[in-house]
Design a binder for this molecule. Structure first.
Ligand code: 5GP
Length: 197
């Protein structure tokens, strides 16, 4: 069956497990392109510069904004994050679909510029479970956890505007559903019989 490379956007609250879902999806579909975002936040332990993110100063980030280097950028949890156009173009010119793991503001900004982008929302089974995951991750201080939980409530309200929602309760199921969704959009454009998404 013929496949068409698509731009996918994956978002969801911090702690919903987007990163884990995405790395499992990539194990099954290694040809999927991933972009490395720019950020002004400091690296966490275990993160690798230019692999996890392109870490940079506020000044450098502003220069890139001025230069029009971003497909989108947003302020998330008090730091700036952005998708570099050069990263997206490099993936797309290789002919593979691309997945952007970005926040809700970024997702809607991408939809404005690329209306055929497919917006996928990864959500936790409950807010209680989200809080438990954030705390057990042990990477954030209390202030950051409170901020991330408040942001999560706001993000969950926007989930209805996404093209698809996946509940990450059981990881294997969430990965299977994400891959099925990618297959669907790559092969039939995700258009239902009645012409809707
Ligand atoms: P973290 O600091 O936990 O790595 O990421 C915090 C949030 O920033 C996540 O929701 C993540 O999806 C979002 N994010 C990461 N990269 C980008 C980006 O390039 N653009 C936007 N808008 N959000 C991003």
């Amino acid at each position: 069956m013929e496949r068409r490379a698509r731009l996918f956007v994956l978002s969801g609250p911090s702690g919903a497990g987007k990163g884990t879902v995405l790395s499992e999806v990539r194990r099954v579909r290694p040809e999927l392109g991933l972009t490395v975002s720019a950020t002004t936040r400091k690296p966490r332990e275990g993160e690798v510069a230019d692999v996890s993110y392109h870490y940079m100063s506020e000044e450098r980030f502003s220069e890139l904004v001025e230069a029009g280097a971003f497909l989108e950028w947003a302020c998330v949890h008090g730091h700036r994050y952005g998708t570099l156009l050069s990263e997206v173009d490099a993936c797309i010119s290789s002919g593979a679909s691309v997945i952007l793991e970005i926040d809700v503001q970024g997702a809607f900004a991408v939809r404005e510029k690329r209306p055929d982008a497919v917006l996928v929302f990864i959500e936790p089974p409950s807010m209680e479970e989200l809080e438990r995951r954030l705390r057990s991750r042990g990477t954030e201080d209390e202030e950051s956890i409170v901020l991330r939980l408040a942001n999560a409530r706001h993000e969950m309200e926007l989930a209805a505007r996404y093209d698809a929602r996946i509940v990450n309760d059981d990881l294997a199921t969430a990965v299977r559903e994400t891959i099925a969704l990618i297959d669907k959009y790559e092969t039939d454009g995700g258009i239902d019989q009645d012409g809707s998404h």
